[in-house]
Design a protein around this ligand. Structure first.
Ligand code: ADP
Ligand code: MG
Length: 683
């Protein structure tokens, strides 16, 4: 470990007696004053000296100490950008990469995209002049394909390393290799928590530079009994804080856009009900798909006398620092991807967080002064039900994508790759099997020409395979539209509570009898027919910004087709061709109707259900391909198309046997009346 003392540190300690909050209140600090007030500032010289001296440095510091926004700037100011070389900084989250780049551009007084830029999937906001580049860890992994020695960079900072995302973990192994033959490349690994020793061990005892944080005590409150509805409980707690507690902003952790919108609605209504009896309460959401101008709102200072409540996903746990938070409300959940190697199924699950996460969340309340954290779970649950640490992603997600990328980087021995924590062997084997079934690898495990093309397309292997298959079926335009719509990740349909009936009716107009993929295609094509009009979206309850994103993604995919030798072709009326292309990519995601409204997955016979939002709920088809599984109370298939079981022998004869797709019954499918129900009314 490294000592990081300096005279400035002592000054800093004296300063610390006066909480920073009062300083903020006294006057508005200039942006440069804010920079100088950050905990990392007094250490900039010793930090730069340590970087000069060591090729690899682990940097540890509390969230908000200025690691992400300041260190790349110090490096640039110190001359690390000579001869057009860049400073790279990875972020596990898209929103963080964008928001931090915007902030740094502002601090430097430059236009975003020039000297400071960001690169995220489907969006490159950099230029020839870019010196400081923020990017998602996934994008850096993609850059390896084009520039395997990262020659364009003088420094690479792997930020938020403690998040242990799959891509960050893989980057560790790749970078460890590169620094051996690029001795002038500096590698910084920065993290908010105590995993530094582990990173240091991995990088051959690299020194650890600790930035002492300012942290005030946070009082923790628990509920006496578990909360049945944590969204409602969170809203109630916000109002209780607002009515009974001193001023100071509130941060609520929820699991995603839907929960955030639900909570926002409850709060807005109750605040309206209270009228002028209470102080102003500003309710601000932050999640990945929120447009960036609205994301920026969370950083605006709270007006005097008012209180801000931020409804956030996990992104506010460590990736983004919002100043002025005194109260944290933590329901104790997060959405995570889980892959079950035995069933071969991956699904998005709302899961209890770990104790380490809970403590990070609580810490958000203690940055500007003493704070309070309201945990909406019992102390018993915290102590007995939560895991100590979050399981690193590499040990719980599908590895298909990463294996394909490593293979295309020429890394063949995946078992002996240098992992910080190795993935389970069965998950690796399954990924290899899947890639073989998708024809990305041959029987020797080598990349095929199909596999090489798949690796070029920045989507997961099944989607990449679907896109390539569209070429054979001459429906490339249609499949790219579908791929883009599926990749949007945000809601396409808008359903305000007070206009739910109208919204549902509007949605039904887009329904395609063959399934949700085609329904999505209908929406896109009609929007395109309406000249991409926002007004059109508004009238038919479609979210315009999701559509804009779909269009951007689609444009990017279209631009990539030449590189993978795919000719654009179109045949919007050929539903069979479109669905065969989908099936060629997603034959792993096949389910067949079982009974009582349930489906069984084709190979492993896992029970899954049609998602209630699917357009197929009224007439459940026998065979379907689903895009993904989401786990709520049950395992739901989201985005589903009807297929013919026999197609499986055609598109995946190496995977399906004749008897597996043979229908044992010739009975007509039962018709369901009304919405998807547990009980089917058989005609
Ligand atoms: P760390 O990476 O150590 O968690 P950051 O560099 O992200 O710290 O944040 C340092 C400070 O920069 C924050 O406390 C906040 O004051 C400011 N900051 C960061 N991002 C923004 C933003 N988008 N808008 C306004 N201020 C920001
Ligand atoms: Mg940071």
């Amino acid at each position: 470990e490294m000592s990081s003392s300096s005279e400035e540190e002592e000054e800093e300690e004296e300063e610390q007696e006066e909480p920073k909050v009062s300083e903020f209140k006294k006057r508005k600090m200039t942006i440069q004053e804010v920079r100088r007030s950050l905990p990392v500032y007094p250490f900039r010289h010793s930090l730069l000296a340590a970087i000069e001296e060591h090729q690899v440095l682990i940097i540890e510091g509390e969230t908000g100490s200025g690691k992400t926004t300041q260190i790349p700037q110090y490096l640039m100011e110190h001359g690390y950008c000579q001869d057009g070389q860049k400073i790279g900084c990875t972020q596990p989250r898209r929103v963080a990469a964008m928001s931090v780049a915007a902030r740094v551009a502002e601090e430097m007084g430059k236009k975003l995209g020039n000297e400071v830029g960001y690169s995220i999937r489907f969006e490159d906001c950099t230029s020839e002049r870019t010196k400081v580049k923020y990017m998602t860890d996934g994008m850096l992994l993609r850059e390896f394909l084009v520039d395997p020695s990262l020659a364009g960079y003088s420094v690479m900072m792997i930020d938020e390393a403690h998040e242990r995302t799959l891509h960050t973990d893989i980057l560790f192994g790749l970078l460890k290799d590169i620094i051996r033959f690029r001795p002038e490349l500096k590698l910084l690994v920065s993290s908010a928590t105590l995993d530094s020793a582990k990173f240091s061990d991995f990088f051959d005892e690299a020194p650890i530079f600790r930035i002492p944080g300012r942290r005030y005590p946070v009082h923790i409150y628990y509920t006496r009994s578990p909360e049945a509805n944590y969204i409602d409980a969170a809203a109630v707690t916000v109002l209780q804080i607002h009515i009974t507690q001193h001023l100071g902003d509130v941060l609520v952790f929820l699991t995603g856009q839907e929960e955030i919108e639900a909570c926002q609605e409850i709060l807005t209504e109750r605040v309206k009900g209270l009228g002028s009896k209470i102080r102003e309460l500003l309710i601000l959401p932050i999640y990945a798909n929120l447009p960036s101008d609205m994301q920026a709102k969370i950083f605006e200072p709270t007006p005097p006398g008012a209180r801000k409540v931020i409804l956030a996903t996990n992104i506010a746990e460590t990736s983004l620092t919002i100043d002025g938070i005194s109260y944290v409300i933590d329901p104790g959940y997060a959405k995570q991807n889980y892959f079950n190697a035995r069933s071969g199924m991956e699904s998005l699950v709302v899961n209890p967080i770990s104790r380490a996460s809970a403590n990070q969340r609580a810490g958000r309340a203690g940055r500007v002064g003493p704070g309070k954290c309201f945990r909406l779970y019992t102390q018993w649950a915290f102590e007995n039900e939560m895991e100590e640490n979050t399981i690193p992603e590499i040990q719980r997600v599908n590895l298909g994508n990463v294996v394909l990328q490593l293979k295309s980087l020429g890394i063949h021995d995946l078992i002996n790759f240098d992992y910080l924590d190795p993935p389970p062997a069965e998950t690796l084997i399954l990924a290899l099997e899947q890639l073989y079934a998708l024809k990305a690898l041959n029987h020797k495990g080598e990349l095929t020409s199909t596999g090489r093309k798949m690796a070029e397309i920045p989507v997961d292997p099944m989607m990449a395979r679907m896109i390539l298959a569209a070429d054979q079926h001459k429906v490339v335009e249609e499949i790219l539209t579908i791929a883009a719509m599926l990749s949007v990740n945000g809601a396409i349909f808008y359903r305000p509570k007070d206009k739910a009936i109208h919204a549902d009716a509007a949605r039904k107009n887009f329904f395609h009898p063959d399934g949700d993929h085609l329904t999505l295609m209908n929406v896109y094509n009609e929007w395109a027919g309406a000249e991409y009009s926002p007004q059109w979206c508004y009238e038919v309850f479609i979210q315009h910004r999701s559509m804009k994103r779909a269009r951007d993604i689609r444009d990017q995919l279209v631009g990539l087709m030449e590189r993978v030798e795919v000719q654009l072709s179109t045949n919007p009326g050929d539903s069979i061709a479109i669905r065969k292309a989908i099936t060629t990519g997603y034959f792993y995601h096949v389910a067949r109707f079982s009974k009582g409204g349930m489906y069984k997955t084709a190979k492993k016979s896992q029970t899954v259900m049609m998602h209630p939002q699917s357009c197929l709920t009224e007439d459940l088809p026998r065979w379907v391909v689903y895009h993904e599984l989401v786990m709520t109370t049950k395992e739901y298939m989201r985005n589903v198309v009807v297929i013919d079981g026999k197609w499986l022998l055609e598109v995946a004869p190496h995977y399906y046997k004749d008897n597996e797709v043979h229908d044992t019954t010739n009975k007509k499918m039962p018709k369901v009346k009304g919405k998807a129900k547990e009980e089917l009314h058989v005609e």
